[in-house]
Design a protein around this ligand. Sequence first.
Ligand code: G6P
Length: 368
Amino acid sequence: QVAEKGDYRHFMLKEIHEQPQALRATLEGKVSGEGRLLASILGPDAESLMGQVEQVQIVSCGTSYHAGLVARYWLESLAGLPCSVEVASEFRYRHVVVPSNTLFVTISQSGETADTLAALRFAKSAGYLATLTICNVPGSSLVRESDLRLMTHAGPEIGVASTKAFTTQLVALLWLTGLLGQRRLGDEKVMALMEELLALPRLIEQVLELEPAIEALAARFASKHHTLFLGRGPHYPVAMEGALKLKEISYIHAEAYAAGELKHGPLALVDDDMPVVTMAPSDELLEKLKSNLQEVRARGGQLINFVCEQAGMEDGEGVHNLRLPKVSDVAAPILFSVPLQLLSYHVALVKGTDVDKPRNLAKSVTVE
Ligand code: G6P
């Protein structure tokens, strides 16, 4: 299957715009007519293995690692399962202690990342309950070597900076959360969760309409050398992913912080030359986030806030709000990832970098 750019200037832009379709394709066939999630699509014995899971260990790299970090919030709050997430290059050399009945999960777009594959090979003899990979490439090494597999259907991703692979991984991880949490949550809540997932493609289409506004903002970034991304809860890893995207393709130094850590260091860096990008969904942490933002404003920091329509954030001097459609708290991290992709893309365009093939980076890191 040869991917073409079509009318798009870059693969990355095309792949950003393909997300509604990629999410739909990833969800297809995973819920039965009676509203039950089909464990059997994961492979042999999946039904009985899933019933035994008491903990989850997620291992991955780069953008796929950020997907794992978001999933931890879901697995703990919805499925009630303790969850650890680690980059594969660290995990593989650690002397891990494996708690009983732990499901080992790798996440990978390519299925060929050397460190992730090495971590899986180690895990297979380390006493895990089972190994499961969430992967976009059928027949890849991770898919072949894992006990169970959950495929994303993003289609070929050519841009080195991952976009549609990330959001489809998040969809797969939320589906997995529903599956692992089925007993605790009950069928009705699980179905409500699936409804939220099914509503996402339409919401992403609305978010893509923000592109002209994001493009206008991007011009402000091009002359900056540093940017801070802030978020709380599952939006902290979303901020990490936003910072990674900006670094990868625009070469602007970007760092993500949990907003509550602002006082413990990064506040010292804030001045009018460092834009601060924040994720402000309308959740239980919004009021706390607002007070973090006041601290930034008090130091002259320029704020770019991605906010939920109903979050009640006001524009003002040095404060730019981009409003996203109403979305459930659970699905919000998926929706909020999209404008960050557009932001980094348009900043890179202004800077004139090679968007699809950023310097020094590879799409798939198959050597250590
Ligand atoms: C490289 C790519 C990233 C990707 C990471 C992990 O660094 O440039 O976009 O997130 O590898 O790749 P994987 O295929 O395992 O998801």
